[in-house]
Design a protein around this ligand. Structure first.
Ligand code: NAP
Length: 304
């Protein structure tokens, strides 16, 4: 069996690519390492997807998976270990199998870097979030902290300052990594307080977040802040190292590809958060899935 499109990653980008591929009459297979849906499954309530007022991330993912499968997409839970080109066919290797495909769409997403502190994992979804855009509105009128000093943290703090009573921006250094202009704008906001040279020691709360314990890195002093939400924005980790034989990655490990989703590999496309891009959202992942699938269809028509 040779698949027309092998899709690596069963998140929003990958599953959308399968929907578009199947609807174009191509046989697709989605290879997913862990669980279908990807990052959005961690979001308790999605309210920023056009046309859907409110839905849980898990339900959104299941509907999308259903749609792809009903259209004929095949799915396999398997960890991809590499791709090798063989007589114009891309052979996707997994821990147990090999899948021959005429084209490949990389849709491996990213994982959010974690702080790895006490309370973080236990309270994820109960006040700990990795996506201010997804979950910020649930903290209207409440006190929250954003952890990180890059552009994501700064943008998250600005976004949350529109909803929340108070936003603590906690960064481990005195200087932000993100844009100075944005930091200056935040400094002027009355409900934003910078807590610099501070690291999170633990996130406290029984069933919901109740506060954070911070340590001042200069004098070692600990302080506890009472709050309802902790938004962790300490960077994202792409997972593309196994593809370096077939496509180029940027310095951060994202697949080099533009809005057209074309990679440096012949017949290999990249969609969603795994590729170089500025906005990583549910809508842009879906858009990329469509763009990559249609690009793969065009590629296939040139090979016939
Ligand atoms: P980032 O730029 O890598 O920043 C991560 C931040 O988290 C850094 O300030 C880092 O501190 C901190 N950090 C890392 N590990 C930590 C830990 N264990 N504990 C505490 N703090 C930790 O990540 P990002 O903000 O997600 O941005 C990723 C890329 O997307 C960047 O290139 C960014 O410019 C880009 N981006 C662009 C836009 C835009 O609109 N143009 C918006 C968002 C993101 P240090 O600074 O001390 O290393």
């Amino acid at each position: 069996m040779i698949y027309d499109i092998g899709i690596i990653g069963g998140g929003t980008a990958g599953m959308t690519a399968a929907v578009y591929g199947q609807r174009a009459g191509k046989q697709t297979i989605i290879l997913e390492a862990m669980n279908y849906g990807g990052q959005i499954t961690a979001s308790s309530c999605v309210e920023n997807y056009p046309g859907i007022e409110s839905i849980s991330g898990a339900e959104f993912s299941m509907k999308l998976l259903d749609q792809a499968v009903r259209l004929g997409a095949e799915t396999e839970l398997d960890q991809v270990t590499g791709i090798r080109g063989e007589n114009g066919i891309q052979v996707i290797q997994t821990t147990g199998e090999e899948y021959a495909c005429r084209t490949v769409i990389l849709a491996t997403g990213v994982t959010h870097r974690h702080l790895d502190v006490e309370g973080e994992e236990r309270l994820t979804g109960a006040g700990v979030s990795y996506c201010a855009t997804c979950d910020g509105a649930f903290f209207r009128g409440k006190d929250v902290a954003v952890i990180g000093g890059g552009n994501t943290a700064l943008q998250d703090a600005e976004f949350l300052s529109n909803y929340c009573r108070k936003v603590y921006l906690v960064h481990r250094r005195d200087e932000f990594r993100g844009e100075t202009g944005l930091a200056e704008r935040l400094k002027k906001k009355e409900n934003v307080e910078f807590v610099l040279s501070a690291v999170v020691k633990k996130i406290v709360g029984e069933n919901m977040v109740e506060g954070v314990v911070l340590e001042n890195r200069k004098n070692g002093e600990e302080m506890e802040i009472a709050l309802s939400g902790v938004f962790i924005a300490v960077g994202q980790i792409p997972q593309n190292q196994v593809f370096t034989d077939v496509v180029q990655l940027d310095e951060a490990g994202f697949v080099k590809a533009d809005e057209d989703c074309l990679t440096t590999g012949d017949g290999i496309f990249a969609a969603g958060d795994c590729r170089t891009k500025k906005v990583r959202q549910l809508t842009t992942a879906a858009a990329d899935g469509a763009v990559a699938a249609l690009a793969a269809c065009r590629y296939l028509s040139t090979q016939e």
